[in-house]
Design a protein around this ligand. Sequence first.
Ligand SMILES: [Zn+2]
Length: 132
Amino acid sequence: MAYKETFWMACDSTEQMRAEYGPFHTRAEAEMEARKLGFDYLLRYEHIVGDRNEIQEVRSIFIELSGARPQRLPTKLHTRCATCGASASHDLAWRAEVWADIHEFEHARHFVRLFEQVRSELKEIANWRDAA
Ligand SMILES: [Zn+2]
């Protein structure tokens, strides 16, 4: 059975030629190190590992550390599982991610979608969890 392995890197930008430091097993460790180094971003890697320990898929997502830069206007984020319909709303992007992580961990093969609410409009953020 395939399983998912997650680890974190601290990095100084989202460019191709960035400095990365790590890996760390938890977000907290990576974040502490990033702040020490003055780096503004975390990079989360997810490896989908197959039966023979081969890496089947690599996903990575950049996370901008809060306080590093001025934040955008506050918008409300909504997560909704496309598989079972469970949903929640969040003020912070990382909370949406944690919710999705837990939901997808507890329910195999469920797929959580993310929506951003601007005024009364809902806009889906596509591919939010496997941004290159
Ligand atoms: Zn679900």
